[in-house]
Ligand binder design. Structure first.
Ligand SMILES: N[C@@H](CCC(=O)N[C@@H](CS)C(=O)NCC(=O)O)C(=O)O
Length: 217
């Protein structure tokens, strides 16, 4: 029998992505908690760095093999457990879904990460409000583009691409949670908000929410 262990933190949106994918696939991993703030950040311990030299979560261990990077983990899960599929069958559909997912995972999320905020504070003197303004700026810029991409495309359905959940939704919904946490006004993004409401009605998304995790504070 396969064994999975997920290293995560309730508030991490990258771990949130992997939790959604695991739930959609019906895989219940052992949960191992890495507190990103306690003890100077448990992601920096030598023990965790042996798993992920990037000192970032999530990491998934499957039968002794460690995988890092949420999208690599999610595509791996999609390959070993193909139902339900998290990518469309057609090449153009897959490209569209990846464009949406990467807009979040490669362009919005990295500049708002904890270590970026810590650098802004320690090296550039940005206080709490300045950090929030930074995050709202970069999320808003990315969301404006995503709103245009999704609102004007007939391929958009109840989810980002048609009526089934894909990696686009898996990236978007955790980023919406981050946007709320930093107080971004979501009124300019009605399509994103509609997709979020639809996704969160799905048990796989709902159960993956930060507040529902055993390590939630
Ligand atoms: N591209 C990575 C991003 C991982 C990432 O940035 N994780 C954050 C939590 S959402 C983290 O571990 N931050 C710790 C830090 O910044 O020190 C992925 O998709 O897995």
């Amino acid at each position: 029998m396969s064994e999975f262990a997920l290293y995560g933190y309730f508030r991490s949106s990258a771990a949130f992505r992997v939790r959604i994918a695991l739930n959609l696939k019906g895989i219940a991993p052992e949960l191992r908690f890495v507190h990103l703030l306690k003890d100077g950040g448990q992601q920096h311990t030598a023990e965790y760095r042996r798993l992920n030299p990037q000192a970032l979560i999530p990491a998934l261990v499957h039968d002794g093999h460690t995988i890092t990077q949420s999208l690599a983990i999610i595509e791996y899960l999609d390959e070993i457990a193909p139902a339900p599929p998290l990518l469309p069958r057609d090449a153009l559909g897959r490209a569209r879904v990846r464009s949406i997912a990467y807009a979040v995972a490669c362009d919005i999320h990295p500049v708002n990460n904890l270590r970026v905020n810590q650098y802004l504070k320690a090296e550039l003197g940005a206080d709490g409000e300045a950090q929030l303004a930074w995050q709202r700026h970069w999320i808003g810029l990315g969301f404006a583009a995503l709103e245009t991409m999704l609102a004007n495309d007939p391929a958009t359905g109840a989810f980002c691409h048609g009526d089934g959940a894909t990696i686009a939704d898996i990236c978007l919904i955790p980023q919406m949670a981050n946007a709320r946490r930093v107080g971004l006004d979501l009124a300019p993004y009605p399509t994103l908000a509609r997709i979020e409401a639809h996704a969160l009605a799905h048990p796989a998304f709902d159960a993956a929410k930060p507040a529902s995790q055993p390590d939630a504070e």
